[in-house]
Ligand binder design. Structure first.
Ligand SMILES: C[S@@+](CC[C@H](N)C(=O)[O-])C[C@H]1O[C@@H](n2cnc3c(N)ncnc32)[C@H](O)[C@@H]1O
Length: 373
């Protein structure tokens, strides 16, 4: 016979009151599947699973009615709920990290007597990480022509292209009909005049008909999506070919090779915990992955870009345009920058990394995923 937990035990384990569980029962949100002989509510494993989903959505700020719709959705099983919850929680954690960084900067500015504008004060409450940090993006982030050439070649003869997580428009081919999708208002606002039209939407729910584009591309964005596999499946739904520029989160080799994460920012590994494997991502688009080397003078200032130009990481503008530095939090950032600065000054960095000077390009885990190949 299936084991059941009493209402008191469930309340104790979940840190809620028995009254709350009674209320969930009364409104039909969580009906325990059995009663004890004495008539008390008794919860089976399936009831507990549903309670965990209810409580997690509650903690994320959803209302009880919205939660009822979410947990009753017949198309969403327990694993899909866990994936979605994980994505939402990571987004919330990133937003908290962005707020800590913004508060620290405001404290510093106040200490120096510099006033902050109302826009700066409110930006951090914006709905997404890139609404908080996106204004620093264009300073160092732009198309790297050698990587663009690989992406454009992978798009094949596609005439219509959807660019998902398009940001400010880097890597958009100029010789095709491009439509961009970007959820952050701050990023959309920074697209240059004449850039492709941009729709406010997220990858996981693309507002387009099935197979309405020849190709869809996503560059340096998949690791920000709350549900990457769902987003990639959406891209496959709306386009005949999918091209994704991302990195291999499982390959610990490149993290050991990259001195920045190995010697100064070990906290980076935390950001990858639970991230879908490269195999999951390629499977989602039914394709394969090709390595992309990072040239020593890479024009796009992404996290790994300055592997042969270490002084760049001491520059606040370089760091603010890369979300990793906000996501690891201000303590880890400060520690890494101080230690790197000391090692550059003492010659220790040069001593340890002398082999790099001879390299023109480095394999640091970046990958191009192409569907149907
Ligand atoms: C590092 S930027 C890359 C922008 C651009 N593709 C580039 O290469 O410069 C990541 C972008 O992903 C966007 N993003 C975050 N979550 C998203 C989601 N769920 N769907 C689509 N884009 C998302 C962010 O707002 C941000 O503009």
């Amino acid at each position: 016979m299936e084991e059941h937990l009493t209402v008191g035990r469930v309340a104790e384990l979940a840190g809620v009151t028995v009254r709350t569980l009674h209320h969930y029962d009364e409104i039909g949100l969580l009906r325990p599947s059995a009663r004890t002989v004495g008539g008390y509510r008794a919860y089976a494993a399936g009831d507990v699973e549903r309670l965990r989903e209810v409580l997690a959505y509650r903690r994320l700020g959803f209302g009880l009615r919205e939660i009822a719709d979410l947990v009753d959705d017949p198309d969403t099983d327990a694993v899909a709920h866990l994936c979605r919850l994980r994505g939402l929680l990571v987004e919330q954690r990133d937003r908290s990290a962005a707020m800590v960084t913004a508060i620290d900067r405001e404290l510093e500015a106040r200490a120096m007597g510099i006033p902050t504008t109302p826009e700066e004060q409110l930006r951090v409450f914006g709905p997404r990480l890139y609404d908080a940090i996106g204004s620093a993006y264009p300073a160092t982030r732009r198309t790297e022509p050698r990587i663009a050439a690989r992406i454009h070649q992978a798009l094949g003869d596609a005439r219509t292209v959807l660019n998902v997580g398009a940001g400010t428009g880097s890597y958009e081919p100029l010789d095709r009909e491009v439509t961009a999708v970007e959820p952050s208002a701050v990023m959309r606002a920074q697209r240059p005049a004449g850039a492709a039209p941009c729709v406010a939407a997220a990858a996981e729910s693309l507002p387009f008909e099935d197979q309405s584009f020849d190709a869809a591309m996503a560059v340096s964005t998949v690791h920000h999506w709350p549900d990457p596999v769902a987003g990639l499946r959406e891209m496959c739904r709306v386009a005949r070919r999918v091209v994704v520029f991302t990195y291999d989160a499982d390959d610990t080799g490149w993290r050991r090779r990259f001195w920045l994460t190995r010697d100064y920012l070990p906290e980076f590994a935390q950001l990858l915990v639970g991230w879908p494997s490269l195999a999951d991502l390629t499977r989602a688009i039914g394709g394969r992955a090709q390595p992309v080397l990072v040239p020593w003078d890479c024009a796009d200032g992404f996290f790994e870009a300055h592997w042969r130009r270490p002084e760049a990481y001491l520059d606040e503008r370089v760091r603010r345009a890369v979300s990793v530095w906000t996501r690891v939090g201000p303590d880890a950032e400060r520690r890494a920058v101080t230690r790197l600065g000391d090692d550059l000054a003492s010659g220790r960095w040069a001593e340890r990394n002398r082999d790099l000077v001879a390299l023109d390009a480095a394999e640091l885990g970046l990958r191009l995923l192409i569907s149907g190949t």
